[in-house]
Unconditional design. Structure first.
Length: 103
């Protein structure tokens, strides 16, 4: 029987395509900083799409969710509306929806 991967910082298990980190988790804090930086970039640039390298925290999260796959190296973010972003990783095509409160 194989064990589910767990967050290296808070030991939250990966299950059903997501990880629910502890509120005090450093990995979660870094993911939230990345999301806030992306939102600020969209506000400042006025653009609706951005492509950038993945962050170390995003690659760690991918390793938890897809342990048999190599983490993606790029991500495209598409602004869908106020506070809503689609994040598509490349080359895997894995995507999710991010919501930024207060935007």
């Amino acid at each position: 029987m194989s064990r589910r991967p767990v967050c290296p910082d808070c030991t939250a298990p990966a299950a059903a395509g997501r990880v629910v980190h502890a509120d005090s988790c450093p990995l979660l804090a870094d993911l939230e900083r990345t999301t806030a930086a992306d939102a600020a970039w969209f506000r400042q640039s006025g653009r609706s799409q951005r492509r950038r390298p993945t962050t170390a925290s995003e690659r760690t999260e991918q390793t938890l969710l897809r342990p048999a796959s190599k983490p993606d190296q790029e991500v495209t973010l598409i602004r869908q509306g106020r506070g809503r972003y689609v994040r598509r990783f490349l080359p895997s095509g894995m995507a999710d929806l991010l919501a930024v409160s207060g935007e």
